[in-house]
Write a protein that binds this ligand. Sequence first.
Ligand SMILES: C[S@@+](CC[C@H](N)C(=O)[O-])C[C@H]1O[C@@H](n2cnc3c(N)ncnc32)[C@H](O)[C@@H]1O
Length: 262
Amino acid sequence: MLEINQVYQGDCLDVMKQLPDNFTDVTITSPPYNMGDRVKPWLQTYKVNNKDNRNKGEYFKWIKEVITELLRINRFHIFFNIQEVVGNNGVIQYIYQEFNPFIKEVFIWAKTNPPCHIVENQCSNGYEYIFCISKDNPNSKVFNHCNFKRKDYIRNVIIKGVHRDKHGHNYAFPEWLPEYFINYFTKKGDLIFDPMCGSGTTLYVAKTRGYRYLGIDISKEYVQIAQKRLSQETLLPLDVKQEGGKGIHPTSKEVGILPKFL
Ligand SMILES: C[S@@+](CC[C@H](N)C(=O)[O-])C[C@H]1O[C@@H](n2cnc3c(N)ncnc32)[C@H](O)[C@@H]1O
């Protein structure tokens, strides 16, 4: 049995098999996008064991297996961030079809500073999807497991930049991303899970907000980076520490919610 507040190295499908049903509460994750050799050499990040270059059918099958296993071990929401690129073209429609009853919400992350295009004469890809696939109240858009009220006016379009801290991972989440979902779509005491945690951004944000966490990555290097990040002393406002980390609601400015006039 795996211990919580740890990061494990391994293939997430293998490691997740060791977890019982409904063990984790909320997952926030992003898989490799099947970029293969199409990315610029300095952005080729998946250093070991994983070339991120599957045949498209195999990639879709893998995505289905991962989400199916996540639905088994996870009690509530799976926030699954993915971008459509040449190597996974059609994956958005595929996820919609395969997991339709469980798709509670689809968030669009509209980037204020999208990275430049990969090849000439191609649009810069300025948005990504974040599916909320959930066993909380299926076939409904209403969240039971959440931490906001109607007046909080949570939007499913998030306009925010790609501001990454430097932790040795080219495709790390900006910290605001797990923070947004942890703040609004969890409850105190939840176990936050990331089966492809890379440099551990989801786990780090969960830990600093006082949540339990569990992470997996296939790369030994990334697991070491995540472990180091999680071992660092973090400075939290005193009241958060005393309360056991309920988390602080960010302002609309901080989380990039659309201004009302839009
Ligand atoms: C988009 S990155 C995630 C980055 C992460 N959110 C962060 O903030 O650093 C995807 C990660 O999936 C990992 N990965 C790829 N295949 C995997 C597998 N089968 N099992 C576990 N991890 C995998 C890669 O090593 C990579 O770190």
